[in-house]
Ligand binder design. Structure first.
Ligand SMILES: [Zn+2]
Length: 199
């Protein structure tokens, strides 16, 4: 399982009523600490529920990381799809060829294939072009993938999305101000900042 802040974040992102009950119990200040296991039981959260809650949470985190990489990836795809200039295969870049290779006198003439430039245009990567065409809706299959992608994320509002994007951009997860230590004992002092959930 994760750490205390991961648990609270996962619970706050979940759409399950049980998860929200658990979060409320977890973040309620108490004089006598109650074990997390017991709080989970009080909220009706079984091990399988907890697994699903974490699975959904990490799944959405992963998707967010990928979504965030899309601009850079798009740049790559664009670059891959672009045509490039390559050496002319006929004159090997010299721009000139022998008029008659078998003739005694070696007479060089302008390469008929590249018109003397020595360079030729080579089409960009076909897969990248296809992907781009489908994404922007140039083909029937695509129709513009962007807006129609259903991420099926359980996003708790604009603020939480922004927070998620920011979290995805850092290599180590941001610590919640006061939720430290193992999740077994959540003491009263540690639970006032839950990451926005619990209502
Ligand atoms: Zn040539």
């Amino acid at each position: 399982m994760g750490q205390a802040d991961d648990l609270q974040l996962a619970l706050s992102r979940s759409s399950s009523a049980k998860a929200h009950r658990f979060l409320v119990l977890l973040t309620t200040p108490r004089k006598i600490p109650i074990s997390v296991t017991r709080l989970a039981r009080m909220a009706g959260v079984e091990a399988t529920d907890l697994f699903d809650i974490f699975k959904d949470y990490y799944h959405s985190q992963g998707l967010m990381t990928m979504v965030k990489a899309l601009p850079a990836l798009a740049q790559d795809v664009v670059q891959d799809s672009m045509s490039i200039q390559v050496e002319c295969p006929r004159c090997e870049g010299w721009g000139k060829v022998l008029e008659d290779p078998d003739a005694e006198e070696k007479v060089k003439v302008e390469c008929p294939r590249c018109s003397g430039s020595g360079r030729m245009r080579k089409a960009g990567d076909a897969d990248a072009r296809k992907l781009m065409a489908e994404t922007v809706g140039w083909t029937k299959r695509g129709g513009g993938a962007g807006p129609s992608v259903n991420l099926n994320l359980n996003l708790g509002g604009v603020e939480s999305v922004i927070e998620e994007v920011e979290r995805a951009s850092t290599s180590s997860p941001r610590k919640i101000a006061s939720a430290g230590g193992a999740i077994v004992d959540v003491t009263p002092d540690e639970v006032d900042e839950s990451g926005g959930g619990g209502k």
